[in-house]
Design a protein around this ligand. Structure first.
Ligand code: NCD
Length: 313
């Protein structure tokens, strides 16, 4: 099938390493193209990436992101290889650059990389020929997650500008919060961060975000309440006394959600920790929760990114 209304999004850079530095018209181009892909959720567009090879190189666990890149690539006609670090030479001590150089020698066109070190995809982009898409690097950025979140909001509300969006939870350790701040902020949303002070970096005060340490005050009148997981794997010490106490103060339930705007929606990038940052009743509420829509639109957002990157090949 061919898409009729939009053209492939065009990017000035070869790689998608982050939202930082991406011009607003490029963000809007990706969202417009992704939205058109999303209008045809079952169709394939095999001409877009026919003959192209994508390698998924994931050094951290992933369900949604890895599978949706795989589905996105297949729907565009590419061949996809998944490198599971657990079964690779990484476990024998090979460095990131050596692994990437080895993969590069097999001439993949696009390398989708997730790594626990901030900056790993940028480093690889200087050493290998393939185009790189960052699928989450440490605490730094997760650009395709921010794009799918923006797509979800845009398709629900018709626009992003002027919406009040609260991003709540473990802000310090969240690459999702950072990419969303850059993307949703550039598209005109009014953003707030809500978090215990131990998980809220002071640097954000200077970036024009309103920061709250009280969940109910922070989500007051918000159109979107985006919850984040406590990322224990990136914590250094005792940032949170106990998960039970965290849920009491920062977990979202139906009662607290009443403080948000009457037609507010709840989002979460997943994986969720039910009973820690979000109550099951809210997570599974089909009228209020956009969590499954986010997963669905993740494929369309990644199709737009893969196709845009392929324009440079
Ligand atoms: C997020 C990530 O990996 O940064 N998950 C995702 O990609 N869907 C958030 C998280 O791990 O909590």
């Amino acid at each position: 099938m061919l898409l009729s209304n939009t053209k492939p999004a065009s990017l000035s850079k070869r790689h998608i390493l982050g939202i930082e530095g991406m011009p607003v018209h490029e963000m809007m181009g990706l969202l417009a193209r992704a939205s058109e892909f999303a209008d045809h959720p079952k169709e394939t567009f095999h001409d877009c990436l026919r003959g192209r090879t994508i390698v998924n190189l994931f050094y951290e666990n992933s369900t949604r992101t890895r599978v949706s890149f795989e589905v996105a690539g297949k729907r565009l006609g590419a061949s996809i290889l998944n490198i599971s670090v657990a079964g690779s030479s990484v476990k024998k001590g090979e460095t990131l650059i050596d692994t990437a150089t080895t993969l590069n020698a097999m001439h993949p066109d696009i390398l989708v990389v997730r790594h626990n070190a901030s900056g790993a995809p940028a480093l690889l982009s200087q050493h290998i020929d393939a185009a790189i898409i960052n699928a989450g690097d440490g605490r730094h950025e997760h650009p395709t997650q921010a794009l799918l979140d923006a797509l979800t909001i845009q398709r629900k509300f018709g626009q992003i500008a002027g919406l009040k969006i609260a991003i709540c939870g473990d802000i310090t350790n969240s690459r999702v919060a950072r990419s969303n701040l850059l993307l949703l902020g550039s598209l005109g949303a009014e953003l707030r961060f809500v978090s215990p002070s131990t998980l809220l970096p002071s640097a954000f005060d200077d970036m024009g975000v309103d920061c709250y340490t009280d969940l109910e005050a922070g989500i007051e009148n918000c159109d979107i309440v985006m919850m984040l997981r406590l990322q224990q794997e990136r914590m250094e010490g005792r940032e949170v006394p106990s998960q039970h106490e965290y849920f009491h103060f920062f977990g979202l339930n139906a009662e607290k959600l009443h403080r948000a705007a009457p037609n507010a929606f709840v989002m979460h990038p997943g994986p969720m920790n039910r009973g820690v940052e979000i109550d099951s009743q809210i997570a599974d509420d089909k009228l209020k929760s956009l969590i499954q829509t986010q997963v669905e639109l993740g494929v369309a957002a990644r199709m737009a990114c893969l196709e845009a990157v392929a324009q440079h090949l």
